[in-house]
Write a protein that binds this ligand. Sequence first.
Ligand code: ADP
Ligand code: MG
Length: 299
Amino acid sequence: MARSKQPTPPTATAGSTFPSAEAVDIAQLVEDLDGMLTRLRLGAIREQLDGLLEEAARRQLNLREALAWLCAAEVASKEQRRLSMAMTIAHFPFVRTLEGFEFEAQPSIDPAKIRDLATCRWIANGDNVVLLGPPGVGKTHLEVALGREAVSRGYTVQFTTAMELLGSLVKGQQQGSLEMRLAQYSKPKLLIVDELGYLPLEPQAGYLFFQLISRRYEQGSVLISSNRAVEEWDEVFGDQVVASAILDRLLHHSHVVTIRGDSYRLREKRRSGLFRPQAGGSSSSGVGGTPPPTPAKEA
Ligand code: ADP
Ligand code: MG
């Protein structure tokens, strides 16, 4: 009888055990192996089978060891795929890591504090992190790096900017889809909101943001960065009552990291003499740090 094209591995019926090796056609099983691996969604084993078996033979692994070796390859490949999918879903604007962060360049940051945040315990507890500092001091870098740590530990993460988020909520309110959008931004375990305070917000944005923060309160974490001190958030949201309601929830269980220092971006330029630091103390508004540089006068 001609063999069917479809893989037809022996199937155990309910209550029965798998047939003994003598009772099955092993040659047929080997022929069907690809199909069975596909059916079991063991793509990594299927694709690397020859290499994995050769390596197992070379190392003289016994059957149990060889099976564990094959499973490990599949688990590693699935984990890799999960990671890269979760990183894509998170929508990070670029790749930045904690290893790539020069702590010496930003002495106002306590490396131990950031390393502690990198353990993601705060996310497990539903706490928030507020990163404050002038432009260029590494707020977005740290957000992305901490966000990647969270993804690698299995948390769902979404990165967005304050403009994008609040723009979306305002649009939702206008189009009758606010509830859907609030639900969408409430879903990820960690929501990263970058650059609050850089651009003026619509009048209703503060109240919409308050609704989101209330929903996420003690449920999911928010990592938010701003160039404006929290005392100035009244101005940012254009409403003192709304701003204090937002801060009340945001800061209740929170870690605040205030960065005071020079823009990393302008360091090189400053070194090359393109810019010189402004004379005088700290800036009148915003968070600490050196005031914006002024172009150096031509000699
Ligand atoms: P901010 O969000 O505070 O305006 P960014 O995080 O965007 O600043 O930093 C600007 C650029 O400088 C980014 O490319 C970032 O990776 C880099 N950068 C900032 N601070 C550091 C640092 N301490 N070590 C390494 N790179 C840094
Ligand atoms: Mg930034």
